[in-house]
Design a binder for this molecule. Structure first.
Ligand SMILES: Nc1ncnc2c1ncn2[C@@H]1O[C@H](COP(=O)(O)OP(=O)(O)OP(=O)(O)O)[C@@H](O)[C@H]1O
Ligand SMILES: [Mg+2]
Length: 442
C-alpha cells in the first residue's frame, strides 16, 4: 500500500521532524504563519494510519470551509488509490482498517458530538481558533483499550479566541493540579522554517514584514507575547457569567447589533432598576443577508418589549445605486435601529466600567448560554500601538464585543424603579396632602 503513497519527506524542516517524533500526550506545533503546520498534520496522520492498522484518527478545523479548503482538497488526491473516501461521513478508510476522519467544530454544540466517541489520535489544526471549552470537551475522546498511541496534536498561530489557553499550556507552561506538565510539549515554528514556501513564494516574508506591529512578530516569528495583553483583564467567569433566569417583567430590554459583510451579531440586554446589565441572548451568523437576519432577530424577540436597538452609524450610509441605506433595509424587515455612539475608546471604557468588580460583584452579567460573547470578550487583545484600544484582529471575535460597546456607550440612564402599589391608607394620605397643597397653593 505504502508504495503508491507519494509523500515527499526530503524537504522536511527540523521542526516538522520534531513534530513527527514527539511522543508526548499533547503536542503543540506553532507560532508563525506558513511554517508548515497543516502539511505536517496531513503527513503525520497518513503515516500513523499506515503504520498502525485499525487506528482511528480525527483531524479537526474550526469551520467547514477551512476543513474543506485545507484538508479535504489536499488529502483527496494524495490518498487516491490508497484509501477510500466516504464523502458523506467525511472519512478515509485505509485497507488496513485505519480511519482518518475529518471534522469541524464551529460552536460548542459541535464539540459535544465528539463526546463518547473514541479516537486514538486527534489533530486540532489552528487550535487557537478553538475555545478552551471546546478543547475541554474534545480531548477526553482520545482514549481506547488498545496499544495505539493516544495523543493529541495541535497546531497554532498566536492570536485568536484560544490564544490564552494554548499559551498557558504550551508556552507559559502554567498548570493546574489536574494537569501533568510532562504531558505537554511545544515545538515553536517561524515562517523561516518552511524552505519550500521560501523558495516557491519569495515574497511571503515581505508580506509578513508589512503586517502591523504585534501581528508581524506573532505571525512571522511565532512570538506569543506581542499579542499578549487581554484588553478586559478584569473579566472573570466566576463573576460575570451566570445561570440564566427568568427576567422580571418590569426590567427594560434592549438589543444592540453589529453588521459587517462577514457577520451579523446581536445581543439582547436587560437592565434592572439598579442599572445592572444582563446579556441574556446572543445571535452571531455569518453570511446573512439583512432581510433574513433582521427577521431572525425579530423572531427571537417574540413577546418581548424591546425599548430600542442600537447599531453602528455606518449602517446609515446611503448606497449610490438604490439611495437606500442598510438601516432602511433593517427597518423594512421589522428591525428599527437607533444610531449608536461609535467612539471606540470611550465604548471600551464603558464596558470596563461595567465589568469592574467591587465586593465580588459587577454591573455586567452574561447568561452562560451566550457562548460566543463569553469567549470573545476576554479574548480581545490590547492594541500595542494604541493601548487604549483593542486589536481588530482576529476579526471574527470583534463583532459581539463591538455590539456590546455600542450599547454600553449609548445607554446612560438605568431603568426607572417600578412604581409601588400604594396601600389604601397611603392613597388616602396622598389625597389629603394634595388637597392641603391646593388650598394653601403650595
Ligand atoms: N515538508 C514539506 N514538504 C513539501 N511542502 C511543504 C512542506 N511543509 C510545508 N509545505 C508546503 O508549504 C506551504 C505552507 O505550509 P502549510 O500550509 O502547512 O503551513 P501552515 O503553517 O499550516 O500555514 P498557516 O499558518 O497559514 O496555516 C504549503 O503549500 C505546504 O504544502
Ligand atoms: Mg495551516
Amino acid at each position: 500500500m505504502a508504495t503508491n503513497l507519494h509523500l515527499d519527506f526530503t524537504e522536511m524542516s527540523d521542526k516538522q521532524e520534531r513534530f513527527f517524533l514527539s511522543h508526548k500526550r499533547f503536542v503543540a506545533y506553532g507560532g508563525a504563519r506558513g511554517g508548515g503546520k497543516s502539511w505536517s498534520v496531513r503527513a503525520k496522520s497518513i503515516m500513523l494510519a499506515v503504520k498502525h492498522a485499525g487506528i482511528k484518527i480525527l483531524i479537526l478545523r474550526r469551520t467547514y470551509k477551512d476543513l474543506e479548503r485545507n484538508h479535504v482538497r489536499e488529502l483527496t488526491p494524495m490518498l487516491k488509490d490508497i484509501a477510500k473516501y466516504h464523502a458523506q461521513e467525511k472519512y478515509f478508510k485505509f485497507p488496513n482498517g485505519s480511519i482518518i476522519e475529518l471534522g469541524y467544530c464551529a460552536n460548542e454544540g459541535d464539540a459535544l458530538q465528539y463526546q463518547g466517541v473514541e479516537y486514538d489520535v486527534i489533530f486540532i489544526d489552528e487550535a487557537t481558533q478553538f475555545t478552551e471549552q471546546m478543547f475541554n470537551l474534545i480531548f477526553p475522546s482520545i482514549r481506547g483499550a488498545n496499544s495505539f498511541p493516544h495523543r493529541m496534536y495541535l497546531t497554532c498561530n498566536p492570536g485568536g479566541v484560544g490564544h490564552e489557553w494554548v499559551k498557558r499550556l504550551f508556552v507559559s507552561r502554567q498548570y493546574t493540579d489536574s494537569e501533568n506538565p510532562e504531558d505537554y510539549e511545544f515545538i515553536p515554528a517561524t515562517a523561516f522554517d518552511n524552505k519550500v514556501l521560501l523558495r516557491t513564494d519569495p515574497q511571503y516574508i515581505d508580506m509578513l514584514n508589512r503586517l502591523p506591529d504585534g501581528l508581524r512578530e506573532a505571525w512571522r516569528d511565532g512570538n506569543w507575547d506581542m499579542l499578549a495583553g487581554r484588553y478586559f483583564a478584569e473579566f472573570n467567569r466566576a463573576v460575570h457569567v451566570i445561570e440564566p433566569f427568568e427576567i422580571p417583567a418590569h426590567w427594560r430590554r434592549y438589543r444592540t447589533i453589529d453588521y459587517g459583510l462577514d457577520c451579523l451579531a446581536c445581543l439582547w440586554i436587560a437592565v434592572n432598576e439598579l442599572g445592572e446589565y444582563f446579556v441574556y441572548r446572543e445571535y452571531a451568523e455569518s453570511d446573512k443577508i439583512i432581510s433574513l437576519g433582521a427577521r431572525e432577530i425579530v423572531n427571537a424577540s417574540t413577546g418581548e418589549d424591546i425599548v430600542y436597538t442600537t447599531a453602528p452609524t455606518d449602517l446609515w450610509a446611503r448606497s449610490q445605486e438604490s439611495g437606500k441605506n442598510k438601516a432602511d433595509l433593517f427597518r423594512e424587515n421589522g428591525l428599527a435601529l437607533t444610531k449608536a455612539n461609535n467612539n471606540r475608546e470611550a465604548g471600551w471604557l464603558a464596558i470596563k466600567d461595567l465589568l469592574h468588580i467591587k465586593n465580588g460583584e459587577s454591573r455586567l452579567k452574561i447568561f452562560n448560554n451566550c457562548y460566543n460573547l463569553i469567549e470573545h470578550l476576554p479574548a480581545l487583545q490590547r492594541d500595542q500601538k494604541k493601548p487604549t484600544d483593542c486589536m481588530t484582529e482576529p476579526h471574527e471575535i470583534t463583532h459581539l464585543p463591538d455590539a456590546l460597546r455600542y450599547f454600553a456607550l449609548s445607554y446612560t440612564s438605568p431603568a426607572p424603579t417600578p412604581k409601588k402599589e400604594l396601600t389604601p391608607i397611603a392613597q388616602h394620605e396622598q389625597q389629603l396632602l394634595r388637597e392641603i397643597r391646593r388650598k394653601n397653593r403650595w
